[in-house]
Design a protein around this ligand. Structure first.
Ligand code: FE2
Ligand code: FE2
Length: 139
């Protein structure tokens, strides 16, 4: 059993069920990629796992942005800019990965995911979660 790359815990929890469910799924996908890399993996398996992570992330960004719009979230522009940057980076990394660019340096790509998930969720998504929780009141 490989040690997970990420653990979904209080530092990633926004308290908004729709967001937390998505984030939990992204963490699971990042861990699956890490698990694959820990064994004698096949590049095609890696590409599949990574593209699933990338497309799930993109769908998730769309869902968050729809929530922001619906509730008139004031920090939407800066939050959305971060999503755009991450999505562009993911696309680039995925293309490089598919070309075998990260053979032997899989840890680098994993640390990149680890960083953006931790950084984006614990900063931007946490602020969004606070805003949404204030709208719905204490649960
Ligand atoms: Fe998010
Ligand atoms: Fe976000």
């Amino acid at each position: 059993m490989t040690t997970p790359l990420l653990t979904f815990g209080p530092t990633l929890e926004t308290g908004v069920p729709a967001l937390d469910e998505d984030h939990r799924a992204l963490v699971a996908l990042a861990n699956r990629l890490h698990e694959l890399h820990s064994g004698p993996y096949d590049l095609v398996d890696g590409v599949n796992a990574l593209s699933e992570l990338a497309s799930e992330a993109t769908r998730h960004f769309g869902r968050e942005e729809a929530m922001m719009r619906e509730h008139g979230y004031p920090l939407q522009p800066e939050h959305q800019t971060e999503h755009r940057n991450i999505a562009a980076e993911l696309e680039k990394v995925l293309a490089e990965y598919a070309e075998g660019h990260y053979r032997g340096t899989e840890g680098a790509i994993e640390n990149y995911f680890k960083f953006w998930i931790l950084d984006h969720v614990s900063n931007q998504d946490m602020k969004l979660g606070e805003f949404l929780r204030r709208l719905t009141g204490p649960r």
